[in-house]
Design a protein around this ligand. Structure first.
Ligand code: BTN
Length: 268
């Protein structure tokens, strides 16, 4: 199954049931699905679209890290969404994306956990990374886009990763001992993602936050992080409505940290 290419016609058949995917852009090779989605959204794309690649020559992670993956072994995709709800609520998309990954993994018997803000880990190793970006078209009458870029390690047995990632990687294959059809993982992700996205659209943020907290491996931990060149020590006590992390500092004071502030969290 090493080369279960996610070719266009097979994809179109399987993805028909997902109304959230109005358009599919499939690439054997591309620089980065996020880069392409951002560019098209800037140029006026208005249909919610799935950008999917077998291989990325410049796959991007958070904080300018490289997302490296050999061709055909993992899932590399970006969903360009055009939310009808106000921008203040877009942070919910960050939370629900990692919940959807954890729920999809669960369907294959893998117990994932979310390391704030949206790394998905299994037994302390990283199985998925998420990069969320926004794009605004030049024409202000057109809708802005939230681009949800997801990398899920599916059939890798070995890795080449950017040394800037402190967490070691794992894959679904390593965790289960089995090769897994990538399209099945994608469909499980989209099932969970669509349901949560529609509930966010309907204004129900609480269910997403509750699920996110339920999967969080950060809450309750002693954490150390570098925020704006300042080293912060404390205990991760909660996630707020914006998806920010609330930390009780060793001094007893509370501190709110947004995802953009921190490249990597360490815990004891
Ligand atoms: C991270 O862990 O820092 C985020 C990694 C996100 C990787 C995915 S792979 C598909 C999409 N296209 C990219 O260039 N990046 C995201």
């Amino acid at each position: 199954m090493k080369n279960d290419f996610l070719d266009d016609s097979a994809l179109k058949g399987r993805l028909k049931e997902f109304a959230i995917v109005e358009r599919i852009y499939y690439y054997k090779e591309i620089d980065s699905t996020n880069t392409r989605a951002v560019r098209l959204a800037q140029y006026g794309l208005q249909h919610s679209s799935l950008f999917l690649a077998e291989f990325q020559t410049k796959g991007r992670g958070r904080f300018k890290r490289n997302w490296l993956a050999k061709a055909g072994e993992s899932l590399l995709f970006s969903l360009a969404l055009f939310p009808s709800f106000p921008k203040e609520k877009w942070s919910g998309i960050t939370l629900l994306a990692s919940v959807a990954v954890v729920e999809a993994l669960g369907k294959f018997g893998i117990k994932g956990a979310v390391k704030w803000p949206n790394d998905v880990l299994v037994g302390g190793k990283k199985i998925s990374g998420i990069l969320i970006e926004t794009a605004q078209p030049g024409d202000k009458n057109k809708k802005g886009s939230a681009i949800v870029g997801v990398g899920i390690n599916v059939n890798q047995e070995s890795f080449e990763t950017d040394a800037a990632f402190a967490t070691p990687p794992t894959s679904m294959r390593i965790e289960t001992g089995k090769e897994i059809e990538r399209i099945k993982v994608l469909c499980e992700f989209l099932t969970s993602f669509s349901r949560l996205y529609y509930s966010l659209e309907a204004g129900d943020y609480r269910d997403i936050l509750k699920r996110y907290k339920g999967f969080s491996s950060t809450i309750g931990k002693s954490v150390a992080l570098n925020s704006s060149h300042e080293l912060i020590h404390g205990t991760a006590s909660d996630i707020d409505e914006d998806g920010s992390l609330i930390i009780r500092l060793d001094s007893g004071a509370m501190r709110r940290i947004t995802a953009g502030d921190v490249a990597e969290i360490e815990w004891k």
